[in-house]
Design a protein around this ligand. Structure first.
Ligand SMILES: Cc1cc2nc3c(=O)[nH]c(=O)nc-3n(C[C@H](O)[C@H](O)[C@H](O)COP(=O)(O)O)c2cc1C
Length: 223
């Protein structure tokens, strides 16, 4: 069991080239079930997963990404923040991070904000509004834990994944965010934490060797 878990943890890799093979809803439900066993802040289980499988809905997601990207470009251009040529070069080199890969399933992972009523007593007693921010940070941490369960669970079933975080930059625009939330009936107190692409790899397109990890001496300190 220990060796198996260690293998799953160490062999999991992010991939970008997925085959057309579909993933069944039963499989996805198993992953969501595993995600739901993650620890969560005061056991609030603040996660919600929006699963995109149909081409039509995936195209709608791409529409919002393009819209956000264009708007950001125009803002940068209007404000003369950086020269247009430099921006295009930078944007192009990052475009693989901005774009979805052609995966059969995208899972958008949301965190539900802390219940304000429950918190209001503590905020009143402590006289510090910052508590709400800190509480909401912990909901995001909870969702990240659930996401890791999902990633490892997927890999244990030979499903490969890649988180695509950068794409959520389109939400920096309030108007686009509003439209997006409305179209997919997402409650306003849900924050988009990240999204995960899932599928089977294209043959010979998996990179099994991990990028070198920082040595543990650099990432821990005993006190
Ligand atoms: C929070 C987070 C955000 C990420 N965002 C992106 C992204 O926007 N685009 C992308 O292609 N990969 C993204 N990744 C995947 C990382 O690039 C990848 O995990 C890292 O290079 C290590 O490779 P490995 O997952 O194969 O170990 C993200 C991963 C995490 C955990």
């Amino acid at each position: 069991m220990k060796e198996y878990l260690e293998k799953i943890i160490k062999d999991r890799r992010s991939i970008s080239e997925f085959s057309d093979r579909q993933v069944s809803n039963e499989f996805i439900d198993e992953l969501i079930d595993l995600a739901s066993f993650a620890p969560s802040s005061t056991n609030t289980q603040p996660w919600f997963f929006l699963i995109f499988k149909s081409e039509e809905n995936k195209n709608r997601l791409n529409y919002y990404i393009d819209l956000g990207y264009e708007k950001l470009k125009n803002q940068l251009k209007d404000n003369n923040i950086i020269s247009w040529t430099i921006f295009s070069k930078v944007a192009d080199s990052f475009s693989k991070y901005w774009r979805f890969d052609k995966a059969p399933v995208y899972i958008l992972c949301f965190a539900r904000s802390y219940d304000k009523k429950g918190l209001s007593q503590i905020i009143k007693l402590s006289n510090n509004n910052n508590i709400e921010n800190i509480a909401n940070e912990s909901t995001k941490t909870s969702v990240a834990m659930a996401m890791q369960n999902l990633l490892l669970g997927a890999y244990s079933k030979w499903l490969w994944t890649r988180i695509k975080d950068w794409i959520k930059f389109f939400l920096i625009d309030d108007e686009i965010k509003k439209q997006f939330y409305k179209e997919f009936s997402i409650p306003n107190d849900y924050s988009l934490i990240s999204w995960i692409q899932i599928g089977y790899p294209k043959e010979n397109k998996v990179k099994r060797v991990a990028f070198a990890r920082l040595p543990i001496e650099k990432i821990r300190k005993y006190l």
